[in-house]
Design a protein around this ligand. Sequence first.
Ligand code: ADP
Ligand code: ZN
Length: 713
Amino acid sequence: MNYIVYVEGVENSFYTYSSKGNLYKIGDCVWVTFRRRKKIGIILSYDELANHEFKVSEILGRVEEEVSYSEEIIKLFLWIQKYYLCNFGDVVKISRPKNIKSSYSKRIIFNRSVIPMNIEEKEFIDYISKKQSVTKTTMLKHFGKELLEKFINSQVVLEKNEIKENKYIKNMNNGIEYKYNRKESHLTREQEVVKNMILDGEKRYYLLKGITGSGKTEVYIELVKDALENNGGAIFLVPEISLTPQMIDRFRREFHEIAILHSRMTAKERALEWGAIYSGEKKVVLGVRSAIFAPVKNLKYIIIDEEHEGTYKQDSNPRYNAKYVAIKRAELEGCKIVLGSATPSIESYYYAKTGVFKLLELTKRYGNATEPTMRLVNMKDEKSDFFSESLIEEITVKLRREEQIMLLLNRKGYSTFVQCHSCGHTEMCPHCSISLSYYKKDGIYKCNYCEYTKKFSNKCSSCGEKTLDFSGKGTERVESELNELFNIPILRVDSETTKTRDSHKKIYDDFLNKRYSIMVGTQMISKGFHFPEVTLVGIINSDSILNFPDFRAGEKTFQLVSQAAGRAGRAKKEGEVIVQTFQPDNYVIQKIIANDYVGFYEEEIDNRKILSYPPFSRIINIIISSKKEEGLEEYSTEFYNEIKSDKVEIYGPMTPPIEKISGNYRNQIFIKGSRNEINRIKIKIAEIVLKYKSKDRKNIYRIIVDVDPINLM
Ligand code: ADP
Ligand code: ZN
């Protein structure tokens, strides 16, 4: 039998290997010889071609300590490699914890006796013949490398790997039976209808559009129960920031057999969870992006919560989007997939409108909760850039009633732009072409791209004058301005205050128990949180991302503000939202205030159509970068000329919005075209990238190909 094999570390091609008889299956890890070296390979498929012109070498054996992949997962890897133009090895690497291999010890086994030539040899033979089998380490310690190798080569002793039990994967032959005494669910009528549409539906793909607080999570839980009752499993994906302790508790209470996978866990914790899924002990996974690769058996449902979130797309290699990988996996495993959001991505809603996904809706908040009222404030008419008079008034009212307030601001730090008004100098990052942010409490400047830091001195680093202006307000600044107005402790939530492992839980508990009345935070606070006492949400700078050079800027603004607004009035008390803006006439802001997703979608989809942006086209972003500025443009132009095609629009090479990041100068090529043409040009790009990788300047220039990019900076 011949097999197509991926050889670890060899990315340009797959290779054919054989075995006598049909010894292996797809997904097995095997030892192969590649260019005279022993390497690990993964079996990708059977090679139907019986006669090869070249000599096919034989597989040396199974890698005993490795865990096999399922056939579906292998097919998924192959799809990702082809679709995202990434290395197969990069996909394999992120798909499971590194340390999931079984541990083994190398042992020396006695094989046959020979006549010893000297005392040393006699000791060796006596020792091993008496013991029969000893670890290699012990043998090396007693007799040294030379002697041991001599006897191995003459086959007096044999080397053998002894596999120990896998620390992480239990043998499930006796099977754990869980008792299901779950509390009975009481879905609302609307929720019940949606649930049944999915359970009984013929379709594979569903988009659940449910307003904030409508109980989408209740529906998801019912689906997971259905999977378990039918002896199957489920994967439930959430964006990193909404995997809060609250969410985890909620699912743990409901399901004993749940595995949690996220990036804050230690390698060991992750391996334990992964092993429990692999063995079948745990059947449900709640996790972030890479949990889409979890080896859940008999997969019945994949659920993607907050499906509009950009964080499902990985911003480093392999640049996959877990949402689209999930859709592909659902197809390969024959299971259903539910994408859920209060503000679906324009693309998903379009697919729902055109019948690719089945559209399901939840239109009412659970219980008697009503949707919050929305109020727009034109900041052009206000004295302060921070808080409008209406916002201050409302905060005062809510504080007097002992209710709670959440304020959203899309930036951390004290100031993102520090300039000297004597000489005009701006504090810039020496490695990136952006200004440094000032963090007052820590007394430092920091680059939000490369984490470069330097001490803050209150003096201009160019002219030495103490005339610094602080603009570009961040959460820390808002916190301190608020303190001057209200003089009460404020809970600040951003990536700076949530660095420690338990900070999320503490923040959640503190606010729920009303130890604080006001929470100020970045987009971290806009999702998932359910605080019944929050009656006011203030959006400090609703247009901060509206003017980004990104065709999704409007969509991202709509989603962020609507999600944050959804934190207000989720229980008995009515909620109110104040949206501060400098662009009150912008249609995005108008539709946010009108709480009109469909109206927003209709405007947005028309724009996309006119400019032929996704979903009416596909895009690829190529970044060519180098530590050397000189020659970069010529190199990029050369590359551009090779991929040029009149079937797609190709822009560039041009300087991207952020020219330099972490000392790398960057050049950008942007490609837009129909799905078919993009698929065609991908093949060409892959070939040319490969060619450039073996060229003489490969160490000077780096080429990043981002298919379906989310981040265009
Ligand atoms: P969403 O995810 O749509 O924003 P949630 O699922 O968080 O909404 O539901 C909002 C709140 O309403 C939660 O506290 C949830 O427990 C409650 N809730 C929703 N549906 C039900 C139900 N059928 N029975 C009991 N509580 C419910
Ligand atoms: Zn930097």
